[in-house]
Design a protein around this ligand. Structure first.
Ligand code: FA5
Length: 340
């Protein structure tokens, strides 16, 4: 009988060692420890033994059971571990593979050129101020020498909010706000969004950006204005850029001028970009009107100053030959992606 137990144990251990997966382990467990298994048979044999032999046989049977159960447990754990490593190996991720969407981001052309504009003026000593988009009528018009009956109010068709506030039609009100805060000498630029009830087309938006600039000190002349704008234009558009002033009217400057730059596409010869004129208009400028100085409490006998206001979208259009101003706001990556 004892030989049977040894043989049974050896057979079980052999089968366990050969088991390749959890199902095989379970089959061995059933074969040896199931209701009709080898150990159930051995148990029956135990019952039939003479009483004197039972304890020793029972003890050996127990030892054999423990040994086989331990071997089953060990093998099951080993197989589980191997299965896990095989699965992990199959599922492994190559972290060195390039990402699926590796496109590089970039600044919007308006942001990019605005930053260039700020850097140029800052390097010339102009401070940057930002002001409210919802502006008091007083700052947008009255203080800028545009009284209520003035036709210039009609020219810049405005969005009114309530009876005395307006979405600013220009950045010029920032001249007033900054001059009220600081005594001369003062040199500042003020970029920002402006709003007009203009019909939208290839060169007009209802919401667009301007950059205002002005400088007040003793003895400032139109030559200073021309020098600053020439230097600005040459740095933004190219060293051979020329500036042209033509008389124009803005109530808050006297004299006033329309500012144009020589076409950077054809260098003044005439082409599609400049509509054959050789010149591209970028904004308005002039010497600050005495009425404006009076409104902010500056003495116009002592001080003089210049001011200018330019459209940012229009400058970017010209710089990059963008044919339609609406393209800046369509967020078409085919356009925006070119400026990275
Ligand atoms: C003005 O707004 C004056 N405040 C400029 C100024 C400042 C003159 C200081 C003198 C001294 P104007 O209305 O021309 O001027 O507008 C200036 C620029 O803003 C235009 O040359 C154009 O580039 C841009 N602009 C005007 N309206 C629009 C619009 N609807 N869409 C896009 N850009 C516009």
């Amino acid at each position: 009988m004892s030989g049977d137990i040894a043989g049974l144990t050896a057979e079980a251990l052999r089968e366990i060692a050969r088991a390749e997966d959890a199902r095989a382990i379970e089959a061995i467990r059933v074969k040896f420890f199931g209701k009709k298994g080898a150990f159930a048979e051995a148990q029956k044999a135990l019952a039939a033994l003479p009483p004197a032999e039972k304890p020793a046989y029972g003890a050996r049977l127990n030892d054999a059971r423990k040994q086989i159960e331990a071997a089953l447990g060990e093998r099951a754990a080993l197989l589980e571990k191997a299965a896990l490593s095989a699965r992990l190996l199959g599922e492994s991720i190559d972290v060195t593979l390039p990402g699926r969407d590796g496109r590089e981001g970039g600044l919007h052309p308006l942001t990019e050129v605005s930053r260039q504009i700020f850097r140029i003026f800052e390097s010339m000593g102009f401070a940057v101020f930002e002001g409210p988009e919802l502006e008091e009528e007083y700052y947008n018009f009255d203080a800028l020498n545009i009284p209520p009956y003035h036709p210039a109010r009609e020219e810049q068709d405005s969005f009114y909010v309530g009876s005395d506030r307006v979405l600013r039609t220009q950045t010029s009100p920032m001249q007033i706000r900054v001059m009220q805060r600081f005594q001369p000498p003062v040199a500042a630029i003020s970029p920002g969004r402006c709003f007009r009830r203009d019909a939208v087309d290839a060169t007009h938006l209802h919401t667009f950006h301007q950059v205002e600039g002005f400088l007040v000190d003793k003895g400032v002349t139109m030559a200073d204005l021309k020098g600053v704008l020439t230097s600005f234009a040459q740095r933004l558009f190219g060293a051979d850029t020329k500036i042209r002033f033509r008389p124009d009217f803005f109530p808050f400057v006297e004299p006033g001028a329309e500012v144009a730059i020589s076409c950077f596409a054809c260098h003044g010869k005439g082409c599609r970009t400049c509509r054959q004129s050789g010149w591209i208009e970028i904004g308005g400028a002039g010497m600050i009107h005495p009425h404006v100085f009076t409104a902010v409490g500056y003495d116009y006998e002592t001080y003089s100053g210049f001011a200018f206001g330019m459209g940012i979208e229009r400058m970017v259009m010209k710089k990059y030959s963008v044919p339609d101003i609406r393209m800046f706001y369509e967020n078409d990556m085919r356009l925006i992606g070119q400026f990275r």
